[in-house]
Each structure stands twice: as structure tokens, then as C-alpha cells.
Unconditional design. Structure first.
Ligand SMILES: *Cc1c(COP(=O)(O)O)cnc(C)c1O
Length: 346
């Protein structure tokens, strides 16, 4: 066992034993290797540095109540990185290679997998980056696919399901109309870093982006999807500039299991006044309840033009908590995985 305080891991880089690496060269992927060298060695002219030939994934492995190790829906991440990498016109790993390397990464770093009972898990971070030297604008012909990991607790080290404030910054977009918002590209993060930092400096927990064409509808948060509860409905934006979150997809299935109506549709900003519960959702913490949304014309402005107070207030909403509990129970092996979401390691 690694000497770590499992109860206060937070979400940060920690060195583990090894990363798993495969390279695409001359038309094929190399046999993956487990390396204790955490540095990549390739040209300063690599496409990743100049033209952001880069995409990534995020998924988790859990130590269950029964002692078994489960990776949650890795097949979905495999398919998503294939879509992202294909959009960059780069070679992508097969689903089999993706899954093999994720499993290997967990096994090579098993003493960093948090024990059951701390609400902690092992975060896996697959990356796909272009490495061959180039000057002209081109998609990379040679690609590195690596899977690394870190043990993580809750995102900020804060108590789980603590409501956060959010801000809408109408003068910033994370994606463009007809752009790359639906792909998990590193470039999307470069776009949102500046407003993200500013929102955090101003004390907001979350940054909420609107649709980039009209700025009238809700898209998603900086690194997580938007979902709201309204009566017996689960409401989430349908937009081609939103990243298809696997957590959102999972929550939708759970909501349907609970007999809720799942509404995937355009969500006008003003509808924030009508929701019972609002949350951000993503792999890192499953859901973050949102208590207040400040709508700013410009993020730099001192005052918001409107403030929406979500009725659930300082507590996580009841329905949201129920959805959260069900997913965490499946990940921990405490409740039956009826959808077959877990990949159980042997
Ligand atoms: C990764 C990501 C999410 C969350 O996706 P999950 O698959 O649920 O982790 C949401 N929005 C953006 C912009 C993302 O990059």
C-alpha cells in the first residue's frame, strides 16, 4: 500500500509507479509498455505543441465493497477518444487496445488504488497526442497513446455534494458554432482557461457557457454537463456544442430506471427560474449541486444582470442525491449493475 491519506486526496497530480504507452508509427500501434519514465521524448516540432494535435479522456477505477476492482464504463471512453482523435484526423487506438491499457495501468499502479470506504478512487487519464516533427499545418502521422493515473478524492477535497455557485459569462464561449465542442480536445480547454481562471478568482465554483450562436440557451459548464430536475423530469441541453458526458448519459439511464421523464432539448437561460434542482455532472465528482447562478453580461463586470436562486439552496436536491447514490453504489459494487457498466478486473 502506498503511504497516502486516502481521506484527503483531492484532485491533483501524484507520481505513481508507471504509465502505459503505445506509439503509432508506420501504420501500426506498438506493443504497449509500462514505463517508469514519466517524460515523453519527442521533437520540439511535434504537432501537439503548435497546432494542439491532442485529445484526452477521464475515467475511474474503484475498489468495491467486495474487494473487486471495477472500471466504470471504459468502453464509452474508448469510443469517445476514437471520435475525438478521428476529428483531428489522427490514428486512434482500437477499443481493445484502449481497454487493455486502462486495465494494465490499474494493475501496474494497484497500490495507489484507494481502499473501499473513503469515497476515493483511481482516476485514469488517457491522452492521444501528435509527436512527429512538422512545420506545416497537418494532422500528426505519428501518435502517442498513453494511459496514466492518479488516486483522487473529491475534486477540491471538499465535502461531497456541497452546492457551488455558478456564473454565466456572456462574453466568453468555450466552443464555436460548427466548432469542436462535442469532442474532448485539449484545444477546447485552452479556449476556456482564461474565463475559468477569472470565474474562480471571483469566487465562483462553476462557469456556465451558453450556446455560442445565440447566447440564449444553456450549453454546459467548463468541464461538466448541465442537468436540472423539474418535477418528475430530468432536463439536459441538446446542443451540438456540448461534450457528450458519460456521467450525464449514465444519470439519464438511472433517472429513467426511477421512472423519471428524460428531456434532452434546448434549455433557455430563463428556465433557470423554474428548476427545482440544478447540477454540474462529470466523472470527477459525478454531480456538483448548484445553489445560485449569476448571469453576467461580461465576466469582468462587477454586477450580474440577474441572479437565479435554485430552490434546493445550501443542500443537494433530494432527486439529485438519489441519482448520485445509485451511481456510486453501482461503482462500489454495493448495488446490482443491471446495465453492465462495470468492467471487473480479475
Ligand atoms: C470531460 C468533459 C465532461 C464530462 O464528461 P464525463 O464523461 O461525464 O466525465 C463535460 N464537459 C466537458 C467540456 C468535458 O471535457
Amino acid at each position: 500500500m502506498a503511504e497516502l491519506d486516502w481521506s484527503s486526496l483531492g484532485f491533483k497530480y501524484r507520481q505513481t509507479n508507471r504509465i502505459i504507452v503505445s506509439c503509432f508509427k508506420d501504420g501500426e500501434w506498438s506493443q504497449p509498455v509500462a514505463s517508469d519514465d514519466f517524460d515523453f521524448h519527442f521533437s520540439a516540432f511535434a504537432g501537439v505543441f503548435h497546432y494542439a494535435n491532442s485529445c484526452f479522456e477521464g475515467l475511474k477505477a474503484f475498489r468495491g465493497v467486495d474487494g473487486k476492482v471495477r472500471i466504470f464504463r471504459p468502453d464509452e471512453n474508448a469510443k469517445r477518444i476514437q471520435r475525438s482523435g478521428s476529428h483531428l484526423d489522427m490514428a486512434v487506438p482500437s477499443e481493445e487496445l484502449f481497454l487493455d491499457m486502462c486495465v494494465r495501468c490499474v494493475k501496474e499502479n494497484i497500490e495507489f488504488l484507494p481502499p473501499y470506504g473513503y469515497g476515493a478512487s483511481m482516476y485514469l487519464r488517457p491522452v492521444l497526442i501528435g509527436m512527429n516533427p512538422q512545420l506545416g499545418i497537418a494532422s500528426s502521422k505519428e501518435v502517442i497513446f498513453a494511459v496514466m493515473c492518479a488516486p483522487v478524492g473529491t475534486y477540491s477535497g471538499a465535502k461531497i455534494l456541497t452546492p457551488a455557485t455558478a456564473v454565466i459569462a456572456r462574453n466568453y464561449d468555450r466552443a464555436a458554432p460548427n466548432g469542436t465542442g462535442q469532442f474532448k480536445l485539449s484545444a477546447n480547454y485552452a479556449t476556456s482557461l482564461h474565463p475559468y481562471n477569472m470565474a474562480h478568482r471571483q469566487g465562483f465554483g462553476e462557469l456556465l457557457f451558453l450556446d455560442p450562436s445565440t447566447h440564449t440557451k444553456i450549453d454546459e459548464f467548463g468541464s461538466s454537463n448541465f442537468l436540472a430536475i423539474k418535477g418528475n423530469s430530468y432536463v439536459t441541453p441538446l446542443s451540438d456544442s456540448v461534450l457528450p458526458s458519460i456521467t450525464n448519459k449514465t444519470l439519464q439511464a438511472v433517472a429513467a430506471d426511477f421512472g423519471m421523464k428524460v428531456e434532452k432539448r434546448a434549455v433557455p437561460v430563463e428556465e433557470l427560474a423554474e428548476f427545482d434542482e440544478v447540477n454540474a455532472c462529470g466523472t470527477a465528482v459525478v454531480i456538483t449541486p448548484v445553489c445560485k447562478v449569476f448571469d453576467k453580461q461580461r465576466l469582468e463586470d462587477e454586477k450580474a444582470v440577474k441572479v437565479y436562486e435554485i430552490p434546493s439552496g445550501d443542500e443537494c436536491g433530494k432527486v439529485s442525491r438519489k441519482l448520485y447514490d445509485r451511481i456510486r453504489a453501482i461503482q462500489d459494487g454495493r448495488e446490482e449493475d443491471t446495465h453492465g457498466w462495470n468492467l471487473i478486473l480479475d
